[in-house]
Design a protein around this ligand. Structure first.
Ligand code: GDP
Length: 335
């Protein structure tokens, strides 16, 4: 299969060799294939991902979230540049839930991370698009594996802290970083409790100028709030710090904490346990999505479903019974 070559593409082997040699152009082209919805590209993508799999997994995967305007791109620019001074190669991928529904994208419209984008040691890939979050998460997850096989030691996966996509990012990263602002309630920042609960670290950004004192107060408040959550399975207690992405203050602290986390979870076995768990979950998520797709995509189910909906509303049938009938019908259609 390594010589599989759809029209207009190279052979699978060419992409695989290029990625393993650290070729950025071929990495980008391979990610385009992973993101493509063409059937022939899907076959090619599977071949590429399967072959590079043994060379992936060696990076630390960091999820970064926060509402629009909190300073994610400014922070990533500063953090990425800092990591490069530490001898790291950094890949930045994003999941943008807005791009699924509308053409507008919260993460992609403006020019972001301008300086970092020009650096050889950094690779920035804007959000993949797709119909479902599961589909987008698949593409980002596979792109992450390609980046790792290409030699990136740190992968940052960014998302907007407004909805479901955090769970997807949390499910594919080792460390989850939440950016917040001082002086705005959690409600105002649109951050749900569940997202706070996922955070391994909260960074109060824009701690500069008149905002320094408020940021310190917010830091203490969040630190207290995080103590209420049950201890994470990782054994790590989430930390809260302040930073100014624009003034480059407190950026090193973030890396220091991530390094401490890594040491802890390597030592207690959680790192590997979590990675294994994530891989298995990834498979289950795909099975679930595919089954739903098969079920709701079936013409007979579609027709019968709309009839049964009317029957439920007119109290002719119970919802449980209706579900049973449809599932039976689906099972029979599989023969
Ligand atoms: P994103 O939407 O979360 O990616 O946020 P951006 O990085 O685009 O930042 C939103 C705005 O906040 C921009 O005008 C930035 O210049 C500003 N900003 C970002 N970080 C800081 C910071 O640390 N201090 C201050 N004062 N402004 C910041």
């Amino acid at each position: 299969m390594k010589n599989y070559k759809p029209k207009g593409r190279l052979t699978a082997a060419a992409y695989i060799d290029g990625i393993l040699k650290g070729d950025r152009v071929l990495l980008s082209r391979a990610i385009t294939i992973v993101e493509s919805n063409l059937e022939s590209d899907k076959i090619l993508a599977k071949e590429i991902v399967q072959s590079i799999l043994p060379y992936s997994g060696k990076s630390i995967r960091i999820g970064i979230t926060g509402v629009p305007g909190v300073g994610k791109s400014t922070f990533i620019e500063a953090f990425g540049k800092y990591l490069i001074t530490q001898g790291k190669r950094v890949a930045i991928l994003s999941i943008d839930p807005s791009s699924q529904r509308s053409k507008g994208s919260i993460l992609g419209d403006k020019t972001r991370m301008e300086e970092l984008a020009t650096m050889q040691e950094a690779y920035i890939r804007p959000s993949a698009s797709g119909d479902t979050l599961g589909g987008v998460a698949n593409k980002t997850g596979e792109s992450m594996l390609l980046c790792e096989a290409n030699g990136y030691d740190v992968v940052l996966i960014e998302t907007v802290g407004v909805g479901q996509s955090e769970t997807a990012v949390h499910g594919m990263t080792d460390f989850f970083l939440l950016l917040m602002l001082s002086g705005a309630g959690d409600e105002l920042q649109g951050i749900k409790k569940g997202i706070m609960e996922m955070a391994d670290m909260v960074v109060i950004n824009k701690a500069d100028g008149d905002n320094v004192r408020m940021s310190e107060m917010a830091r203490l408040q969040y630190q207290n709030a995080l103590h209420i959550f049950p201890q994470s399975e990782s054994g790590w207690s989430p930390v809260v710090s302040t930073a100014s992405a624009i003034k480059n203050i407190g950026i090193d602290t973030v890396w220091t904490e991530i390094s401490k986390f890594k040491e802890l979870v390597d030592g207690n076995g959680y790192f590997l346990k979590n990675r294994n768990h994530q891989q298995i979950d990834w498979m289950y998520n795909n099975i679930n999505e595919e089954l739903k797709h098969l079920f709701y995509g079936s013409a007979s189910i579609k027709k019968h479903l709309s009839e049964l909906k009317n029957d439920i509303i007119s109290a002719k049938i119970s919802p449980v019974k209706a579900a049973e009938i449809l599932i039976e019908e689906f099972k029979n259609s599989l023969g």
